[in-house]
Design a protein around this ligand. Structure first.
Ligand code: ZN
Length: 439
């Protein structure tokens, strides 16, 4: 016996460069030793024929949304207390998918903050979590158009109308315990004429929000779809950029100069592009998303080659990205569409992704000194990353060396009244349609 708490024997360990056969020893929540024939411990498991990887990190997951199929449902059919209770259940699905950490950039009310604190206090099982508060939006809005008011708070958003309101909201969120300030730098507007989305914050406003957050030791993450928004957010000092699609040379240069990590989040688009037909998405929408990936993959590859970290995030939390199902999918897109090797994709989803948790260098790798956030997998993701998405492949999940529950979640759930958008039918009931059918 030794002073180790846990020994994983005969493991094939996936490191940043290659795989290696050895035992993994854990002490006091951290990986203490890698080596051959480590002494036994209170708990010893045999991982022969299995791969041992750092637990997955998802840098973009909306844990409080509960899989809405529309903005209408998300903004008008959610109740904060109930959403928090449901989030406490949904977060367990991430564990079962081998996710040991995630970032929730914005949430309904302050559910993200509360859920993180509940997990850290041991109230419920869940991955490590970093939390934003409400996304900051100008009154032009984000991707929900007129559903958002011109001022105040709705759903996951807070509309800021002036420099004073920007600073006040940043301070309020920091006081309440956010890990990140999230800014919707672009949005959708009627009759807009641009590629991607419209930049809805001025450069000066971006500087202001970044400075206000940095003064309080808090990093800033921006939702940016469109070249100018990426360029301006990078120059303004943003610490992380979500999407970063439709980059041009100037934007790429601004990001590369500062080596700002990017979370492309193609899972949402890839799912709609590949499986949209099954769920009745319109062909034009599917085409749009397919194009966004194709058009942006080249620039993201150039960013990667210039040393910009690309991080895996999936936008899990919507009806086409349900919890626990697609967390591996971004790795697949990174390999297929951006041309990363599986090992590079795994690194993007683990050690590089630790920055999203604000745990850079502390988790995300099987190395002595790192937090013992470890998964044991039946299958070889170094050959094919999609095995990480297959049911039953994730055999053990450890967070800080503590085994997490991965048995099926009970009871089977339903939806509380009014939770989903009800609709009368799938088509307009024209008189002619009925008459034709009756004849
Ligand atoms: Zn998102």
């Amino acid at each position: 016996m030794s002073d180790l708490d846990l020994v994983i024997r005969n493991a094939t360990v996936v490191t940043a460069e290659a795989t290696r056969r050895c035992d993994v020893g854990v002490r006091a929540g951290k990986i203490a030793a890698l080596g051959d024939a480590l002494p036994g411990a209170a708990r010893t498991i045999d991982a022969r024929q299995k791969l041992v990887l750092p637990g997955g990190i998802d840098a973009h997951c909306h844990i409080s949304f509960d899989e809405p199929s529309s903005n209408d449902e998300l903004f008008f059919h959610r109740r904060e207390g109930l959403a928090a209770i449901i989030a406490a259940r949904n977060v367990q699905k991430l564990l079962r998918a081998g996710v040991t950490g995630f970032m929730d950039p914005d949430s309904l009310g302050e559910i993200g903050i509360d859920l993180r604190d509940a997990i850290e206090a041991g109230i419920i099982h869940g991955p490590r979590m970093s939390a934003g508060g409400n996304a900051l939006l100008t009154s032009v809005g984000g991707t929900a158009g007129r559903l958002l008011p011109d001022e105040g708070r709705r759903g996951y958003g807070k509309i800021v109308r002036s420099p004073d309101e920007i600073v006040a909201e940043v301070r309020r969120q920091v006081k309440n315990g956010v890990d990140w300030i999230k800014v919707h730098v672009t949005g959708l507007a009627p009759r807009m004429q641009c590629t991607g989305e419209l930049q809805v914050w001025s450069y000066d406003e971006l500087r202001l929000v970044a400075n206000a957050a940095h003064d309080l030791g808090t990093p800033v993450v921006g939702h940016c779809r469109g070249a100018s928004s990426i360029r301006d957010a990078a120059r303004a000092g943003f610490d992380l950029i979500l999407h970063a699609t439709y980059m041009d040379d100037e934007a790429l240069e601004a990001v590369a100069e500062r080596s700002i990590p990017i979370v492309p989040t193609f899972t949402f688009q890839a799912n709609l592009a590949d499986y949209g037909e099954e769920i009745g998405a319109s062909p034009s929408l599917r085409e749009l998303f397919k194009r966004e990936i194709a058009d942006s993959a080249v620039m993201l590859r150039r960013a990667f080659d210039a040393g910009v970290p690309l991080l895996c995030g999936t936008e899990s939390g919507f009806s086409i990205t349900p919890y626990g199902e697609w967390h591996y999918r971004e790795l697949e897109v990174f390999v297929k569409d951006i041309g990363l090797t599986p090992l590079q994709a795994i690194k993007a989803a683990t050690s590089d992704n630790a920055v999203a948790l604000r745990l850079e260098g502390e988790t995300g790798a099987i190395e002595a000194g790192r937090l013992a956030d470890i998964i044991v997998v039946d299958g070889d993701p170094v050959v094919d990353v999609t095995v990480l998405g297959e049911t039953g492949r994730i055999r053990q999940v450890y967070i800080g060396g503590v085994a997490q529950p991965i048995d099926p979640i009970t009871p089977e759930r339903g939806d509380p009244p009014g939770w989903r958008v009800g609709h009368y039918g799938d088509r307009i009931l024209n008189y002619d349609f009925v008459r034709r059918r009756n004849n």
